[in-house]
Design a protein around this ligand. Sequence first.
Ligand code: SF4
Ligand code: SF4
Length: 391
Amino acid sequence: MSTDTDVNTPAPPESEERVMGKDGMAALVDILTGRGYTVVGPTVRDGAIVLAELDSADQLPYGWGVELRAGQYRLRRRPDGAAFANAAGPQSWKTFLHPSRVRQWSADRTGEGTVFSADRTPPPRYAFLGVRSCDLRAVAIQDRVLTGGPHRDPVYQGRRSGAFLVAVECTEPGGTCFCVSMGTGPAAGPGYDLVLTEVVDDGGHRFWIRGGSREGAEVLAELPARPVDRDTREAARVGVTAAAERMGRTMPEADLRELMAGTLDAPRWDDVAGRCLTCGNCTMVCPTCFCTTTEDVTDLTGDHAERWRLWDSCFDLDFSHLHGGPVRASARSRYRQWMTHKLGTWYDQFGSSGCVGCGRCIVWCPVGIDITEEAAALHDWTRSRPPGEAS
Ligand code: SF4
Ligand code: SF4
């Protein structure tokens, strides 16, 4: 579904819901490809479930699940053959909407002087297949950050405005998921063109599919799908409800914004700084982190130069470099900046939490630092202080 810069029309009610089998999934990829989209979805590669361009639904990770722990990601075979029972992978959709490397311009020295040129290639039209509920919210957050103000990011806007989103409701949360705590899943919120819920039981392997936009309804009408039956709808709802009850992690029941503001001097920041390598992995995998830097490069002749925009991380020392040195020189200050921004000051800046509970930062932290554990420790600290010391 497009951003608010485009017209979004609700789907007609008569095409709201259908049931389809694996043949329907194959047709969905073909239909989207036929409509000119580059279809991107999950597939197995290099020991992980990664997001990649799909030529066929056969490339979906049918029969693969994952085992997620702090600092650990493992693929596991699933006997039920499910395609989407594998939680959030190492990448998020920002890889495609807000790419890690963008050439902004290039310059060439010629006989007539220096000639500057910009890349005028039209943005790709993506169809994202398998957008989990947490990631659907993350896309909405990046919409707000990158296109919601007076200064819109043209790269993001170009890619986002043409994107078609097929959401998937989670029925198998990972051990590091906590979308329920953040109010972002496992049921899908608004913002999709189509939404699927996968069901595998005695009734067969099938997908309950609903439209969320006019184009979603058009695609739905083209699919080899049948009217929804009560058993499928019920099984799908039970699966999503059960997933909500099996979250691997949970945030403390507290106002996280207040918690962050009231614990800036907590000794826990020294504790976590003693473990944090300031590698920045957590920011790279986070679906809402958006910071970038610029880098100028030249070729060996010095006649050609390029300016690139690259993802940056608040864990990098240079990130807060002003004249004379970095403002946040210690690991303590950098971890605290990241976490208090995600859970606290993001509200002041953008009106929501910056965390959607996907758990990626926990899985891909090389030393297994867990944002929910850190929040719980801060919460415990505030509760253990004598009343007079509370801020
Ligand atoms: S902070 Fe961690 S759990 Fe929250 S959205 Fe980012 S990667 Fe996911
Ligand atoms: S919290 Fe973990 S992933 Fe993030 S910078 Fe520290 S060591 Fe790296």
